[in-house]
Ligand binder design. Structure first.
Ligand code: ZN
Length: 136
């Protein structure tokens, strides 16, 4: 597969209202968007640093994957997202090489990106997201 850069890091937080002042006030970044992704039961806040983003993830439901992640492992880095030229091809490539997939096909993520996740059991514990711009 062909990866171009780290698109974003996903960071699980208990509360966007508590986390945003740290990223803005201490790190000096600017939150440029807050978006709810209903089917993933998350509210996300985005920051940009160079060509990479930080995606803060707050659960909107106690049953959501982010709530479960925080319950088990606490707040912190949740996933790494690589930009690729084709999520579909990257998935096919990974699957052919024996990587377990969470998503068999690309789906819509925040910011209109097409995304898919690789299973952390196949990636040494790092939940890995592949994404591409959604306009194709
Ligand atoms: Zn992500």
């Amino acid at each position: 597969m062909e990866l171009t850069h780290i698109e974003h890091l996903g960071i699980a937080v208990k509360s966007l209202d508590e986390a945003i002042p740290y990223y803005e006030g201490i790190l000096g970044l600017k939150c440029y968007a807050i978006e709810e992704v209903a089917d993933q039961k998350v509210r996300t806040a985005f920051f940009k640093i160079g060509q990479t983003k930080l995606e803060l993830l707050e659960s909107t439901s106690p049953e959501g994957t982010i709530a479960q992640f925080i319950e088990k492992r606490g707040e912190g880095i949740h996933h790494i997202a690589f930009a690729t030229t084709s999520v579909k091809e990257a998935l096919a490539d990974a699957e052919a090489k024996g990587v377990r997939l969470i998503d068999k096909a690309p789906r819509k993520g925040a910011e209109g990106l097409n995304i898919a996740f690789l299973h952390p059991k196949s990636t040494m514990g790092v939940l890995t997201e592949l994404c591409e711009k959604g306009d194709k």
